[in-house]
Ligand binder design. Structure first.
Ligand code: FAD
Length: 519
């Protein structure tokens, strides 16, 4: 009886979402709705958690949360909305690590993807018998993909810095890190996917099959379908890594060395680095930050005095993998690669760690911040792609101008180059129109009452770029007007719109991105 009333209550809430008059409830509800009604929750705690994300800036309250046991449950929900004359919006929520409500659905239904994981009974990540790929549920966290594939001595090649993100969430953006210059973003490392479109069609797609959907979904900001499985190629996992950081006070030397190092980027090229990033060190009390503690404690004073003297120090970070065969020679090979670079003498620091420890390097900082109550705070993050030809102007105007003047930066500030060749232009992801471009990430944390100061800084940076004619593109984009979206997509806008008409004509999916439901 309780289950019956719960079902009727939930259906009545759904009915209120889709605006059908109450008498409809008294008629026998469509079997479609009943199929999943037991998996829909209007519990205040479920609603509260679906109304938030890592950004802690935006709040949007859904009518209900779906806890699917199978991908078919998600298809049922989409079908239910799609078939109704007044459809409601639906957002897949992966791990909710968006910044601006991108995985929320105001007055709609949020699909809690992690619920699928519990029902897969350990089958959510399956390594193929030939070891060439893994079939991975869209709801799986990358850390679990890593741990499972490592049991087979294998691993994917392209990562994000932080691994507690879902496969579906990062594939909806791009998934970038220090491996991107060589292996491409994560969206360049997918063989095929299962996707439920906004019309509730359940399709397998790949470069050969339903290819339009395949490319639409990769970097598609959740607009075309919900990814329930991705086939990720694997390679033998390295045993450990030689990890080096070098400090510069001159941006042109820093960026020249970065570009030189990423110019060797063949997937099979033994002389190529396996990872390259860069960051800014500024006066924040310690040269380390929550994303990684790297520098030996004994060296902190000399690095801090360098930062005090120059105000900004650029840190170039590289990694070379090794396995049992190359363990003894990796150091030498790496030193050979770094020979002739222009970092400041005496400011090269080295570490040798296990591969898994390197990939999961951000976790300990997260746990530390959590224990101090500093993780669930506003994060007015801002990520950009900047053409190589304008990165020096960006350094002068933004790093040395806006950032130093405002002097509020409270978190990691990343800057490193990647190569357009490693991206596929058919994908929805948007990058600058230049062969080499940089990513810049301002990963601010703030208090609940002062995040707007960072937001103002972000806006000033955008205005500076507009004025200086810097062909910047936002990564993890957030815009407030349709014109900005059209400008963001540029020549891809028409295709993006056509794909929306084709795969989600009623505009049900991922409304929190605010692309099609914006004035
Ligand atoms: P969510 O925030 O839950 O969802 C993001 C979007 O994808 C939403 O629009 C949602 O509706 C949609 N979506 C979610 N699941 C699916 C699915 N299965 N199918 C279709 N659409 C779906 N990004 C990088 O590229 N590199 C990094 O190094 C990196 N580091 C990060 C570190 C931290 C601490 C944080 C908070 C974020 C980081 N990000 C990084 C950004 C991150 O990749 C994106 O925010 C990503 O969307 C988060 O994944 P998620 O599972 O939390 O997605």
């Amino acid at each position: 009886i309780l289950a019956y009333f719960t079902a009727i209550f939930i259906i009545s809430r759904l009915v209120s979402i889709i605006g059908i008059s109450k008498p409809w409830i008294n008629m026998s509800p469509k079997p479609l709705a009943l199929d999943i009604s037991g998996k829909l929750s209007v519990d205040p705690s479920a609603i509260e958690s679906a109304s938030q994300d890592f950004g802690h800036i935006v709040k949007a309250i859904p009518e209900a949360v779906l806890y699917p046991s199978t991908p078919e449950d998600i298809a049922s929900l989409i079908k239910f909305s799609y078939k109704n004359s007044v459809p409601f919006s639906i957002a897949a929520k992966g791990h909710g690590h968006s910044i601006r409500g991108q995985a929320m659905a105001n007055n709609g239904v949020v699909v809690d993807m992690t619920s699928l994981k519990k029902h897969r009974n350990g089958t959510g990540i399956q390594v193929s018998s030939d070891g060439l790929y893994a079939d991975v549920g869209g709801e799986q966290l990358w850390i679990d993909v890593l741990n499972t594939t490592l049991e087979h001595g294998l691993a994917p090649v392209s990562w994000t810095d932080y691994l507690y993100l879902t496969v579906g969430g990062t594939l909806s953006n791009a998934g970038i890190s220090g491996q991107t210059f060589r292996y491409g973003p994560q969206i360049s490392n997918v063989n095929e996917m299962d996707v439920i479109t906004g019309k509730a069609d359940f399709l397998t797609c790949s470069p050969k099959k339903n290819s339009e959907l395949f490319y639409a979904v990769l970097g598609g900001l959740g607009q075309f379908g919900i990814i329930t499985r991705a086939r990720i190629p694997l390679e033998p996992a390295p045993k450990g890594v030689k990890w080096v950081r070098m400090l510069y006070n001159d941006f042109s030397a820093f960026s020249r060395d970065q570009e030189l190092l990423i110019s060797i980027n063949g997937r099979k090229d033994k002389n190529a680095l396996d990872y390259l990033e860069g960051s800014l060190l500024m006066d924040q009390g310690s040269p380390d930050n929550w994303r990684s503690s790297f520098f030996p404690h004994a060296d902190h004073p000399k690095i801090i005095s360098l930062i005090t003297k120059h105000r900004i120090i650029y840190c170039l970070e590289v990694v070379k993998h090794y396995d049992d065969q190359t363990e003894n020679t990796a150091d030498k090979e790496l030193q050979q690669l770094l020979k002739g670079l222009s970092y400041m003498p005496g400011f090269m620091f080295e570490k040798d760690v296990l591969y898994v420890e390197f990939l999961n390097r951000v976790r300990s900082g997260e746990l530390q911040l959590k224990s101090q109550g500093l993780w669930d705070v506003p994060h007015p993050w801002f990520s950009l792609f900047i053409p190589k030809s304008q990165i020096a102007d960006f350094n002068d105007g933004v790093f040395k101008g806006i950032v130093l003047e405002r002097n509020i930066t409270t978190g990691p500030l990343l800057v490193y180059p990647m190569d357009r060749k490693k991206w596929d232009d058919r994908m929805s992801a948007v990058i600058p129109d230049e062969e080499i471009f940089y990513t810049v990430g301002f990963l601010h944390s703030s208090g609940f009452d002062d995040w707007e100061a960072f937001d103002d800084q972000n806006k000033e940076i955008m205005q500076f770029c507009d004025k200086a004619g810097i062909g910047v593109k936002q990564y993890l984009p957030y815009y407030t007007t349709k014109e900005e979206w059209v400008h963001h997509f540029g020549s891809k806008w028409k295709t993006f719109q056509q794909r929306k008409d084709q795969f989600d004509p009623k505009m049900l999916l991922s409304p929190g991105q605010r692309i099609f439901n914006i004035n």
